[in-house]
Design a protein around this ligand. Sequence first.
Ligand code: NA7
Length: 847
Amino acid sequence: MGSHYDVVVVGAGFAGLYAVHKMRDELGLDVQAFEAAGGVGGTWWWNRYPGARCDFESIHYSYSFSEEIQRGWEWSERFAGQPEILAYLEWVADKLDVRRAFRFNTRVTSTNWDDKAARWIICTDDGATCTARFVVSCVGGLSVAKEPEFPGSETFRGELYRTSSWPHEPVDLTGKRVAVIGTGSTGIQVIQEIANEAAELTVFQRTPNFAAPLGNEPVDLAQRRWNAEHHAELRAGSRQHMIGVPYDPPSGPALAATPDERRRIFDKYWDRGGFRLLVSTFSDVIFNQQANETIAEYIRERIRERVKDPATAALLCPTDHPYASKRPPFETGYYEAYNLPHVHLVDVRSAPIEAITPTGVRTSSKSYEFDVIILATGFDVFTRPLLNLGLRGRDGLKLEDRWANGPTSYLGVQIAGFPNLFVINGPKSAVALYNVPLATEDNVNFVAAALARAIADKTATFEATYEAEEAWGRLCEGILNLTVIPHSKGSWYMGENIPGKARAAYFFAGGAPLYRAICAEIAHVGYGGFALDRVSAPIPPMVRLDPAAALLLGSMLARVMKPLDELNLDEVRAVAESLRELQLPGPAMRVETVEAPRARIYIPDRAGPLPVIVFYHGGGWISGSLDLADAPCRRLADENGAIVVSAHYRLAPEHSFPAATDDTFAALSWVWKHVSAYGGDPGRIVVMGESAGANLAAVAAIRARDAGIPLAGQVLIYPPIDPEASTASRTEFADGPFFTRAIGEKMWGAYLGGAELTALAAPSRASSLAGLAPALVLTLELDISRDEAEDYAGALASAGVPVRLHRFDGLFHGVFNMSAFIPRVREMYASIGEFVATCKEQITEAA
Ligand code: NA7
């Protein structure tokens, strides 16, 4: 059977080199690595075509894990070319002394799981076989070229090259008639590079692309030294950024900016390369088609300015897909190349390529003759490189069969049914939109920690569960569906560039900070969603997030917000107020202010007398305000045709218990007596609150019953009920998402101020709940207060109170104030609307 190893690593690109170093030198494991190429470099070994270079700045597109490596290498250009990147990887390989772990020119042909022995059997194309406890695939996502769809390439009598397996010897194109097929990132790089060399250059374009200037330039010696010395500053914050590069944050939504402001911002980031045009301009271009069109038209204008022939310019302007729905390419003089008399553009959308002939290319309308044909037609991304490993998992399960309907994975790191196989940057990982070297390091670090854990615990099998994969798949797809990416046509992002390939979410589009936070949480809770020796750990909350809630959380993480429980009082108050920016604006209406008790009265333009909602804002009794409640109260008034009284109450710790409950009850009493003067019906009052405000509403409902104030209903939006409740949700969501147990305890502590806990703070402690107003209790799946609120709903029902309980999956505490970003908040309003309508009916019937 050959040798046995702890780990077999496949691939010698950015991922493979680091993985070998990590597993061998840091974990002390016995590692054998294979690489099909003749040397290290991965993508950068194979893709030697003219003009190949990176389009994230090299100071970012490089390893960060070693101080010595970062200091030791100076990049000569902002965006290094392929030879320099390859030289860098060779230099790193030597520094880490990892070459000796590799067998080069050796392709893995089959990888079979041996369930009895709990190990992998790996066969290679040199006829050898070995076994390994773990396989770590570092085969890359874009490493297998798309099979050409054109018949006849073997008949071509000239030279035919594929960009992804370019010869090692220089290719001389001078004086030749050259064809390039494909205008993706690769085609664009080749075309601009060889335009001046070829005698005639004909570009076959099916879909025009939104290419923006790369802004490449040499880096002078002094700057190189500075870069090498100041890598810590340069790297600081990279991983905190959505795409893993410390670019400027965007300037808010494009749709909120004037055309002049938009132009100014687009101009600023137009020619600076990287993904700045996407990530540093406006926050909505990737999410909103209309916003996207503003940037798309800007780019089309720039193209039209640069290409002299209007018909050619029109062909080069993309109109059939949103900007960045396909991977945006970068260029240097690409569009000007079409101004050269010997460069021709052929539209193969209208007349598709039918065949490669002995003399050139035939389309449905014409034949062309060439000396050289260059295929830059892309890659069979993410899935093909893994399928080519000939993987069979448990019970002989073939990966082809597992992925018949598209790829599945957990984090992009493991595939259910394939124990002890770890994938670096696999399908549904974050790598497609995350600076590759950093994404790679994160994945390798995660895997190394998992291996270390398995080894320490003598765990024979480590595998993703099918349930975790499903949850992860839902999150990936849900997030992608919030972006414009699914509106692309033929993009490798969706697997659509390969005929017959399943259209699916091939990557996680939630950004680096969220991906990292999720991975950290999974590891922290003991590998939630994985089964160790077939014992599975529950799927962690963050994987169960609603996609919009996940994205919002990701953008909060990207803003380097301190965890809530580390904030001081002023900071908590500032955060609470900042939630206003996350709310949909409320409709305009008449608003009256009263001073004693302090309140705002929202009066919709409807014929009265109207039902009344008395609303108490959230904020943990220590923060929040009538301003925070303004937009929700407008919406509640509008949607329910109700007078909404938003009641102020004094905040702790300056005014601790019972100030808030006294104020809120006083407000309710006042409303009962005076609301008719505003068009409200005192017989149809619903008391309502969010979070701490919901606690106050619940208590107010009890006090109202005791004082003989009739209420039509009480709406408790994720209420904290009792600080001493010992519930599963309080444990499970102790670390969030977003709202933590620690901040909850701080808030209760400030509110109570040392007072004894009575029913006036913890309504479940009331001696009786009988006779209370009908209740609607809204709870959130991923919330510490979920269970105490649901228990309270149960207790109300047991006491004979009509209760509706509505739990919202995937949402976290506080979302009611995040309506602009979490569309499903509208379901909460709908639930309230239905309830308030029933309250009205009941009262009407009673009357
Ligand atoms: P891409 O971006 O997938 O581009 C491939 C190009 O080849 C694209 O313009 C395709 O047109 C074109 N193509 C593919 N098949 C055909 C046929 N049958 N006829 C005509 N044209 C065809 O691959 P790249 O190598 O440029 O870039 C890959 C990644 O490498 C890039 O995203 C970076 O991450 C680095 P289509 O758009 O399908 O009409």
